[in-house]
Ligand binder design. Sequence first.
Ligand SMILES: OC[C@H]1O[C@H](O[C@H]2O[C@H](CO)[C@@H](O)[C@H](O)[C@H]2O)[C@H](O)[C@@H](O)[C@@H]1O
Length: 566
Amino acid sequence: MSVSESLSPRSSDIEPVIPTTPLVSFFERLQETALNTFGETNFDPKLYVDLSLKFDLPTTEDAFVKLPKSANGSLSAEDLKGFIEKYFESAGNDMVYCEPVDFVPEPEGFLPKVKNPEVRAWALEVHALWKSLSRKVSDQVQKRPELHSMLPLPEPVMIPGSRFREIYYWDSYWVIRGLLASKMYETAKGIVTNLIYFIEEYGYVLNGGRAYYTNRSQPPLLSAMIYEIYNKTDDMQLVKKSLPALLKEYCFWNSDIHKVIIQDSQSCNHTLNRYYAMWNKPRPEATTKDKKFASKISNVSEKQQFYRELASAAESGWDFSSRWMRNPSDFSTLATTTILPVDLNTFILKMELDIAFLAKVTGDNSTAMSFIEASQSRLNAIKSVFWNEEAGQWLDYWLNDSTCKGCQTWEACNQKQSVFASNFIPLWVESFYSDTSLVEKVMKSFQGSGLLCAYGIATSLMNSGEQWDFPNGWAPLQHMIVEGLARSGSKEARSVAEDIAMRWIRTNYVAYKKTGKMHEKYNVEKCGEFGGGGKYAPQTGFGWSNGVVLAFLEEFGWPQDQMIDC
Ligand SMILES: OC[C@H]1O[C@H](O[C@H]2O[C@H](CO)[C@@H](O)[C@H](O)[C@H]2O)[C@H](O)[C@@H](O)[C@@H]1O
C-alpha cells in the first residue's frame, strides 16, 4: 500500500460542502444590503464580513430587520450607516497591534552582502515594516468568538496588509523567508504554530484566519516553512511538534476530492492532486461579486459548480487567472477542478521530501522511507503527466471532466500549451538538479518563453484583465523561479537568477520611493509601477513582497557602487 493510500481518509461524500456559520450568513446579507444602499463606488464586499458584532447575533438581526424601508424595500444610506456604527466594531478591530518579541531595528549580521548604503537604508525600512504588519488576535475574540469572523489563534501573526487583515496560508512562506533574513526566529515559529493549530482544529491549513475561509486551503507550504526554520535554528522541538500535523495535512491533500489517477501510455497509474474547495456557493467575502459573475448561468447545479470553481481558484492562490478558464475572455468558463496543476503537485512533492527529511532528523526512519518512496512516485508522475520535451516545460494537465471517478488515460492533447510562470516551478525542488541537461533545457526554455520582462517575471503571456496574468508579476513566483535557477547547480542559471532578482529589487525600490509603500504585485513592464486588474483594488503592505526583497538581498546582496534606480 502506498503512503497516501495508508493515510488517506476515504470520504463517501464526493461533493462536500463545509457549512458556514450563522454570523457569516448574516454578514453576507448585510454586504448585499450595503451594496444596494451605498452603490458600487469604492465598495469592498470583504469589509462587511470582517466586521465584529457589539451585541449578540439575535439582537443585531432584530435591529437589522426593523430598519425603516421605503415602498420599494430600500434603506436610506443614513439609516444603514447609523445602524452599522451602533451595532458593529470596525473591520480590523478584532486584531491588535503587537510589537514582535524579536524585532530590533538593525539585527546583528543583517544582510551582510548588501554594501550599497542607499540599498541598505531601504532594506532596514522594509525590515521595520514587520512592526506595522504584526498583529495578535484580540482578547475579545478569544472571549466571545461568536461575535467575530476572525478565528482565535494562539500566537501573533503577520498580515499581508490593507484589506488582508488576517493570516494567509501561502503568503506565510515568504513572510517567514523575510523574517529569517531579519533574524526574527521566534516570530517565524509563532506563525507556524498558528498554522499547525488550524490543522489540529480543522484537519488542514485554512486559506486564511477567518470563519469564511474554512471551506478551502491554499498552496500547501507548511512543510517548507518548517524546513527553512529548522535549517536556521535547529529547533528539534518544533520539528517534533509539527510532524503529526504535517502527516494530517498530507492526508487532506490526498483525500478523494483532491486526488486523481492518470494512466500513462505504458499502462502505469500515477496519483496526482488538484485544487478542490469544499464549497458551492458565492465566496462570503465576495458574495455580491460572485452572484453577478454567475448571473448568466440559470441551471442550479451548473451555478453551484461555477461557485465551486471560483472557490477552488481561490484555493490555488491564483485568484483569478486565464490559467483556470476554458475561454479566457469568459469568466464563467472557470474550470479549476478539471485541471491538474504543475505547481500544486510540485508543492506536494516538496511536502513529501520535507516530511522525509524532518522524520529522519527525529529518528523516525520508517516514516522517512515511506515518504522518500512517495516522492519517487510523484517524480515519475510529474515526468509522465506534465513534462513536455518539445517545450522544455512542465504543462498543466486538463482532465476530461471534473468528476474523476476511476482513472483517466493520459493524452498528449490534454497538456495545456499556454505559457505560465507555474510551468517552471518544479525547478524550485532539488530533485531535478541532478539532471544537468534538464536544468539547461528548462533554463533556455524559460529565457525564450516571453515571461522574462524588464522588471521581473510575468505571470502569463495573456493580458486577460485578471490579476494572476500579464503584465503582473508576483513576489512568490519571482522567488521560486529565482531560487530554483540559483540552486540548480548551473553557473549560468545562477547568473540568470541574480539578474532577475536585481530587476525585481529595482522595481520594488522605485515603487517604494514613489509611493512610500510596498505593493502586493508589480507591473513587470514598467519600473516602479504596481500591478492592477483583478476583482479588488491593488493592496499595499505587503507581507510577501517584503519577504522576497529581504530574501533576495540576503542571497545576492547589492554591490557598493551599483545604482538601484531604473
Ligand atoms: O478576497 C479575494 C481573495 O483574496 C485572497 O487572495 C488574494 O490575496 C491573498 C493574500 O495576499 C493571496 O494569498 C492570494 O494569492 C491572492 O489571490 C484570498 O486568498 C482568496 O481566497 C480571496 O478569495
